[in-house]
Design a protein around this ligand. Structure first.
Ligand SMILES: Cc1cc2nc3c(=O)[nH]c(=O)nc-3n(C[C@H](O)[C@H](O)[C@H](O)COP(=O)(O)OP(=O)(O)OC[C@H]3O[C@@H](n4cnc5c(N)ncnc54)[C@H](O)[C@@H]3O)c2cc1C
Length: 424
């Protein structure tokens, strides 16, 4: 049956890719990775390159969930202002985390180059201030980033200069990050899969991990086989709670939707976004958009805090697009899809370990770059250098209140309130 959430432009444009066979026997490995999104794949490449015997289990196909459906926006840093991060974890740890997060972009570029991944890579990201106060906030961030990371990592854009980057009105300025950008996420995921396999990782698709038995060795069981390993790494993002209920309490699934217009032609597309940068704004329920390699506008706006998607995703997102780009009134929408974003209370990723069970989830809408970093940090840790992994573990997190059944309604009330404040 056709899945309306998975009718994406990415599937239509990524080309054919043969799936790997499911796990059909009992095997051994050094590390069993559960989840074939960016986190699991990056960990698989990095661990296999470091000499570990790696098995990766993916319940569907590689890139099936958020990693194959996202906006493709490469947004450097965390989904929290650096100044706030430092307030949260202190000057020393905060600065180290900022440097680490900023290294993610170079790591993704290195992967793309080293493994020759053709994924429609483009440079530049601009974040727009929806309110005057937001612009003042961005000014502080840019000054801070100049001090911490060096001048030019982030460039303040005055309200009158916005149209050099993107042709929208109603914003109060922005910040342009040349080291940001965008890519075709499904092509990147498949490129990582090829890289992991050529480094020696064994990948099984259609292989849902049903249970984990803990002990000196962990045993991960699927319906038709098992993996006995020294470590298990849960890279299931929004689904972590199914296998690790304790860690799962720290993330909340939120559905988010994207549409792709018909191809607009280069001239019309560039009239919308002259810089060809990825664009996002500071609204609580943010708009984010960019051009595709074949000159479509890929636009995301609106969130729905219920487990059920809207009947007609295109009709749900289109008004947000038309509000910014009324000139697209007659433009056809060719694709509309959605996916689950795993978010944490503070919007920072939740990364840690419970014995030999390791996990990383909750990138809160900013996982395109951070996931590759996390996979590499995991491999460093297994090799004996846990400095960077420990840094992530120093981020304090709060579980969502209310347990599995109650946390959704409690959270929905909070999100709706914030969205309403946004409109006011
Ligand atoms: C619509 C949308 C738009 C987004 N836009 C952006 C963006 O523009 N920029 C950005 O930085 N981030 C964005 N994100 C967030 C980003 O996509 C995620 O943070 C990132 O992809 C998470 O990668 P992951 O590998 O941790 O998880 P996922 O990609 O969710 O992968 C987890 C995998 O685990 C598998 N799995 C789950 N349970 C099991 C099991 N029991 N056994 C085996 N396999 C299992 C799933 O099938 C899935 O393939 C967006 C997310 C969504 C949904």
């Amino acid at each position: 049956m056709r899945d309306p959430l998975n009718d994406s432009y990415y599937i239509a444009s990524a080309g054919e890719c043969a799936a790997d066979a499911p796990l059909m026997s009992d095997i051994k490995a050094d590390i069993c990775i559960i989840g074939g999104g960016f986190t699991g794949l990056s960990a698989a490449v990095a661990c296999a390159e470091a000499g570990f015997d790696v098995v990766l289990l993916e319940s569907e196909q590689i890139g099936f969930a958020a990693s194959g459906r996202n906006g493709g926006q490469m947004i450097p840093g965390f989904n929290m202002a650096a100044t706030d991060l430092i307030k949260l974890v202190g000057e020393d740890v905060g600065q180290q985390l900022c440097h680490l997060a900023m290294s993610a972009r170079d790591r993704v570029h290195a992967r793309i180059e080293r493994h020759n991944i053709d994924c429609d890579l483009q440079h530049g990201h601009i974040h727009l201030a929806a309110k005057k106060n937001d612009f003042a906030y961005l000014e502080d961030e840019v000054a801070f980033s100049d001090r911490l990371l060096g001048v030019g990592e982030a460039v303040l854009v005055a309200p009158t200069d916005i149209d050099r980057y993107v042709n929208v009105s109603g914003y109060h300025g922005g910040v342009y990050v040349p080291k940001g950008g965008h890519l075709h996420p499904l092509k990147y995921a498949r490129g990582l899969k090829r890289a992991a396999k050529s480094a020696g990782a064994r990948i099984f698709e259609g292989s849902r991990a049903a249970s984990i038995t803990e002990g000196e060795k962990v045993v991960v069981r699927t319906i038709s086989g098992s993996v006995t390993a020294r470590y298990v790494f849960l890279a299931c993002d929004a689904e972590t709670g199914d296998l690790a209920p304790k860690a799962g309490r720290y993330t909340m699934p939120v559905l988010n939707y994207i549409i792709a217009t018909e191809p607009l032609g280069e001239e019309r597309a560039r009239a919308l976004i002259p810089s060809n940068a990825a664009v996002s704004d500071s609204k609580f329920v943010l708009n984010y958009f960019r051009l595709s390699a074949d000159n479509r506008l890929l636009f995301a706006g609106g969130e729905k805090y219920t487990p059920k998607p809207p009947e007609d995703i295109a009709a749900f997102v289109r008004p947000y697009m038309l509000k910014l780009f009324p000139q697209l009134l007659d433009t056809r929408i060719d694709y509309a899809w959605g996916g689950t974003v795993g978010i944490t209370v503070n919007r920072l990723p939740h990364i840690g370990r419970e014995g030999n069970k390791l996990f990383a989830h909750g990138y809160s809408g900013q996982g395109v770059l951070l996931t590759t970093l996390v996979g590499e940090v995991l491999a460093e840790m297994l090799k004996g250098d846990s400095r960077n992994f420990n840094l992530f573990e120093k981020i304090p997190h709060r579980a969502f209140p209310g347990g599995k059944l109650l946390r959704t309604p409690t959270y929905v009330a909070g999100m709706l309130y914030s969205a309403m404040m946004d409109r006011l």
